[in-house]
Design a protein around this ligand. Structure first.
Ligand code: FAD
Ligand code: SF4
Ligand code: SF4
Length: 477
């Protein structure tokens, strides 16, 4: 091992090649290229094989990172794939879109003094190579259990849960109101971060595994919707992975002006156009030739500014009330946005959308940073200086809250927390309704794909346990 590994002292970190800003700002193709084999093996060999691997500790899936890095460095790529896919349902997706700087790579010990191992890019390579070699196969059940589970939501939580349950032998039915599988991975995250073919390839595998998809099938209590009670009658257990979709409001005057839109509507329309679909609205949600102002400092805001650039906006400004150091979004994404031509108005708090019928800009007040609060995050104070950031398309990207599911679904006994997320049993995934489980954003609040995968996998274990117990109880009757 010693010869192959520990190369970080002599071997510098190399990031995957990034397409130049002048090229990429005109299309929606992924901006990072994958590693070639020799590069992946060389970069994996930088790992120092820590006794306590902090990279794994900080990976939400607890991935066995040092072991699959070592196998990669030794050119044992099939074993590396088997090990990496044992803990992660969609490693090629996490390798692309996990915020690695806050998770595995940000906690790599060689980060101190040297630069971290490029874990995400190696993970992506391992699975892409496995697809090319034909090693990625659906996990077929050894026997059919003759019992079924209904899953609401074809996002990463629902899909990961479905994949595990089907492998155990359950009949699995996934219901989604959208016409495509993937949840926010399809209609939220732009394809310059995650190309849609990557999701379609997984969809095909899940179908081969025998999972039945019921798309364009909303669950709820409105006309034409299938009710939760109906699903509970149809299946022995149900998993809810419905995500969070209620856009947070900017509580300022002028929100009703023409040209003020929500991030999710803007991004969904853009993603639909990527499928060569006409989203049907009169370009109200298109940035071409417009002066765009995006409000917010998170990853959704970064996706909106970068989508606007690609759609041919005249100029794009991101308005955020704190500064670069105190924003929630990834630094890497801010850097990418700046390279592509986005301007940032830091320390600017929106006060009003201005205009007459049509929006003409956002009036902002300049802020300054104050003392840190109990969490260490610095507060902001008003300076009394006002200005207007001009724009004729204003996109609100302040995050998402859960919809009121008990009211929407007419399920008053479905317990929620004070934030509106579904309440689940401590340390488990069962909701207040017997046999109904939940995970992903609808339980955590807006989070990450990798956490949704973790929840889906763990919830599948809980559901299996529940099904085994109920089957035993039925047999004893
Ligand atoms: P979702 O992915 O939201 O899936 C929920 C599914 O349930 C959807 O398909 C929806 O149609 C369906 N559904 C909802 N209600 C019903 C109903 N009543 N009936 C039937 N179906 C229903 N995370 C990262 O890790 N990296 C990123 O780079 C990243 N970028 C992001 C960019 C944007 C713009 C956004 C909005 C989010 C981003 N995230 C990112 C977060 C990530 O997408 C989510 O945390 C993750 O998708 C949550 O998975 P989920 O399965 O819980 O829910
Ligand atoms: Fe890192 Fe995400 Fe992969 Fe875990 S799943 S190793 S956090 S890229
Ligand atoms: Fe290797 Fe870094 Fe993980 Fe240590 S923390 S095992 S060096 S990847």
């Amino acid at each position: 091992m010693a010869e192959r590994m520990l190369q970080f002292v002599t071997q510098p970190q190399v990031q995957p090649e990034k397409r130049g800003a002048d090229e990429r700002r005109h299309d929606f193709g992924e901006i990072y290229k994958g590693f070639v084999r020799t590069r992946a093996e060389e970069q994996a060999s930088r790992c120092s094989q820590c006794g306590i691997p902090f990279c794994s500790v900080h990976c939400p899936l607890g991935n066995n990172i040092p072991d699959w890095l070592k196998l990669t460095a030794e050119d044992r790529l099939q074993e590396a794939y088997e090990m990496s896919s044992a803990t992660n349902t969609f490693p090629e997706i996490c390798g692309r879109i996990c915020p690695q700087d806050r998770l595995c790579e940000g906690n790599c010990v060689i980060e101190k003094g040297f630069e971290s191992v490029t874990i995400g890019a190696v993970e992506r390579f391992i699975t892409e190579n496995a697809f090319e070699q034909g090693w990625v196969k659906p996990s077929m059940p050894e026997r059919e259990l003759g019992r079924s589970v209904g899953i609401v939501g074809a996002g990463p939580a629902g899909l990961a849960c479905a994949e595990r349950l089907r492998a155990l032998g359950y009949e699995v039915h996934v219901y989604d109101r959208h016409d495509r599988v993937g949840g926010l991975m399809v209609y939220g995250i732009p394809s310059f971060k995650l190309e849609k073919t990557v999701i379609a390839r997984r969809h095909a595998l899940l179908e081969q595994q025998g999972i039945v998809f019921h798309l364009s099938t909303p669950i709820g209590a409105a006309d034409g919707e299938t009710s939760l009670d109906e699903l509970r009658n149809r299946h022995e257990a149900v998993f809810l992975g419905t995500g969070v979709y209620r856009s947070r409001e900017v509580q300022v005057p002028g929100a009703g002006l023409n040209g003020v839109v929500d991030a999710i509507d803007f991004l969904t329309a853009s993603n639909r156009r990527g499928y060569d679909e006409d989203p049907g609205e009169d370009l109200a949600l298109h940035a071409k030739g417009r002066r765009v102002v995006v409000i917010g400092g998170g990853d959704t805001a970064m996706d909106c500014v970068r989508t606007s650039i690609r759609q041919g906006a005249e100029n794009v400004v991101c308005v955020y009330r704190r500064d670069r150091e105190n924003m929630p979004g990834s630094r890497q994404e801010v850097g990418n946005a700046e390279e592509e031509g986005v301007k940032f108005e830091w320390l600017a708090a929106p006060e009003a959308f201005v205009g007459d019928q049509k929006v003409g800009g956002v009036r902002v007040q300049k802020m300054r940073l104050g003392a840190p609060d109990a969490t260490g995050r610095r507060s902001i104070e008003a300076t009394g200086q006002h200005s207007v950031v001009e724009g004729d398309l204003v996109i609100r990207a302040l995050g998402f809250d859960p919809e009121d599911l008990p009211a929407l679904w007419q399920q008053p006994d479905l317990a929620v927390t004070r934030w509106g997320t579904l309440k689940v049993a401590p340390g488990g995934f069962e909701t207040s309704l017997e046999g109904v489980f939940a995970g992903g954003d609808i339980v955590r609040g807006a989070s990450l794909v990798v956490w949704a995968i973790r929840d889906g996998r763990d919830a599948a274990e809980s559901i299996h346990h529940y099904m085994t117990q109920t089957a035993a109880a039925e047999a004893a009757e």
